[in-house]
Design a protein around this ligand. Structure first.
Ligand code: ADP
Ligand code: MG
Length: 269
């Protein structure tokens, strides 16, 4: 579904992502893992058009999308959530999902300000898209409540609904389980499984190894911006380069595949 080839971006002298060649298969769950600062979020920013790569190419469903802008990437069927979700707590759950639709499908502020006939159509479209997205994340019955009244887990679901409101084919989740307790994490895993069963392809960045090992069909490991491994959870868990990357950056880090080990928390243990 998605192929990146030789993908890289430099910030000054810092190669945040360097020469990454990897692919994401349709209908699967791909986990991107790696120590803090490995370039995982930057990788998502490149795919979703927030950053322009300094080298390499991105192909989505046979089309070169390397130079497309964010709203064009969304139009092709890729949506993402952010590491820190911004939801509007005073607005209703439905309004949040509608905003998600707008900021994802519009060219920009000017476009939003030019009130045309299309505007009304867009409103209807975003309302329908938003309602559908809320249904998919199990929040249909909460649509009219202020988003801030939901639990932490509910608010995370709103963030996912904001991304789903553009009806993507590929959903990128950046640390969806961050701050979640074990029960919430299990619920989130159920939601992601349901979305994939419904036809969605998912790529996610996550530190919680229980989620990664429980969900991922394939894992891509980044370290200092470079891909050091790609394979099934089994393959990657036994890869010496991966084990070393984690041990090197986490003083008390455990071996991958150890279900209860969270490398981020282990590092702070
Ligand atoms: P991860 O998500 O794996 O923790 P990031 O992708 O956020 O890592 O960051 C990778 C590297 O890229 C870091 O060194 C970070 O400082 C750098 N970086 C990311 N975005 C920018 C930016 N906009 N400007 C400068 N450096 C950046
Ligand atoms: Mg990150």
């Amino acid at each position: 579904m998605l192929d990146v080839s030789g993908l890289g971006i430099r910030f000054g002298g810092n190669h945040a992502v360097r020469d990454v060649t990897a692919s994401i298969a349709a209908g699967q769950i791909t986990a991107i893992i790696g120590p803090n600062g490995a370039g995982k979020s930057t990788f998502f920013n490149l795919i979703s058009g927030f950053y322009q790569p300094t080298s390499g190419s991105i192909t989505f469903r046979g089309e070169d999308i390397t130079r497309l802008k964010t709203h064009q990437v969304v139009g092709r069927g890729i949506a993402r959530t952010f590491q820190t979700t911004t939801i509007y707590k005073d607005l209703s759950v439905l309004e949040n999902a509608m905003i998600g639709h707008r900021i994802r499908t519009r060219a920009g502020l000017l476009d939003a300000l030019l009130r045309t006939a299309r505007e009304r159509q867009d409103d209807a479209g975003s309302r329908a898209g938003a309602r559908q997205a809320l249904e998919r994340v199990g929040l249909a019955s909460q649509a009219d409540r202020p988003a801030g009244a939901l639990t932490q887990e509910g608010q995370k679901r709103v963030g996912i609904a904001m991304a789903l409101s553009s009806d993507p084919k590929l959903l990128l989740l950046d640390e969806p389980a961050a701050g979640m307790n074990p029960e919430e994490t299990v619920n989130l895993m159920g939601l992601i499984r349901d979305l994939v069963a419904g036809g969605l392809t998912v790529a996610l960045v996550e530190h919680k190894m229980s989620l990664v090992m429980g969900l991922a069909n394939q894992i891509v490991v980044l370290h200092h911006g470079q891909k050091i491994a790609q394979g099934t959870p089994q393959q990657v868990g036994h890869d010496p380069a991966v084990v070393e990357a984690y041990l090197g950056s986490h003083a008390h880090g455990g071996q991958m595949g150890h279900n209860t080990t969270d490398p981020q928390e282990a590092g702070h243990a």
